[in-house]
Design a protein around this ligand. Sequence first.
Ligand SMILES: NC(=O)C1=CN([C@@H]2O[C@H](COP(=O)(O)OP(=O)(O)OC[C@H]3O[C@@H](n4cnc5c(N)ncnc54)[C@H](O)[C@@H]3O)[C@@H](O)[C@H]2O)C=CC1
Ligand SMILES: CC(C)CC(=O)C(=O)O
Ligand SMILES: [Mg+2]
Length: 354
Amino acid sequence: MKASIVVLPGDGIGPEVASAGVAVLRQIAERFGHDFTFTEHAIGGDAIDRFGDPLPPATREACLAADAILLGAVGGPKWSDPNAPVRPEQGLLAMRKLLGVFANVRPLKLHPRAAALSPLKPERTKGVDLVFIRELTGGIYFGAKTRTDDAATDECRYTVGEIERVMRHAFDLARTRRKKVTSVDKANVLETSRLWRSVATRIAADYPDVELEHQLVDSMAMHLLTRPADYDVIVTENMFGDILTDEASVLAGSLGLSPSASLGGPGAGVYEPIHGSAPDIAGKALANPLGTILSVAMLLRHSLGLSTEADTVEAAVDYVMENGNLTRDLGGDATTHAVTRAVLDACEAKAEAA
Ligand SMILES: NC(=O)C1=CN([C@@H]2O[C@H](COP(=O)(O)OP(=O)(O)OC[C@H]3O[C@@H](n4cnc5c(N)ncnc54)[C@H](O)[C@@H]3O)[C@@H](O)[C@H]2O)C=CC1
Ligand SMILES: CC(C)CC(=O)C(=O)O
Ligand SMILES: [Mg+2]
């Protein structure tokens, strides 16, 4: 098949992990006879430096015309002055809004070897297999902001329509899994959460085969560590999802392992690891590329409909997790490049065997 893939490397370790993702896509294209074209565009701090804009017009146009988008990460200390007029993260948020990708899918599966790397005891993490659906284009990250010399505000706003569509995404997904949705909110305090909860309850009536439970976000943060295996699909608003998924990623051994797909818009899906630009390890070849490579598997499956190819990439990552030398965050001393090479070799072996 032919596919046009826009690559947005961004900042810090973004370019290091994005190039690992592109290497895997190139190999899959060659092995399975596809014609993928890759076009790199600027986003984030890199785009501010080159164009004075964290999401320049050429990047916007390319994203709107793409079949899929692969993103590294944005941000870093160079652009983090609290008084800076423009920030890298604005480019990422604007891109998500532009593409209308309201459902951010963040799966978390525990590889057996990662159980030993998890800070939790193996008996706690046994059987963990959950998916977060994080609302991605609404809430406090997109609300009006004000700032005076002695006060600041960030508005949190959700409409019924925004909640309904992400809720249906979660229930539809739960139907293909263990048929359980946990909706996370702060309905004891926030009006937006009370609306969230009432919409969740109403939508659940259309899915009598799926169990719905409501959970307050503060205790959810605790339950994720005490009984993570009890959860199947967890749906929540933008900021709660951002925070809980970084917490949850540690169950699987490292933030560097977690992939994501941002879906639901009329055009391309966006695929990115859930981590940031990791300025502390940028340029040192220490970045774990597996979260990005697993995001590439999601790209193949969700945007290109290539499930055999996606399975091949996931099986290759499983193989490397089981047998390979891993990056430092997972207790190894392999470089980003060496782990990527190991995945490419494993992809080749899996494709050969298939
Ligand atoms: N999607 C994006 O582009 C995101 C961007 N950011 C931005 O990234 C910058 C840094 O933010 P932080 O809070 O430090 O979060 P971060 O996710 O960049 O890093 C947190 C910690 O995890 C480690 N880490 C992250 N990814 C890793 C990987 N692939 N391999 C090994 N270790 C990894 C880092 O070294 C660091 O110690 C900020 O400017 C922030 O705004 C943060 C989150 C997401
Ligand atoms: C700029 C932030 C909203 C990015 C982030 O932390 C994320 O999407 O996980
Ligand atoms: Mg985040």
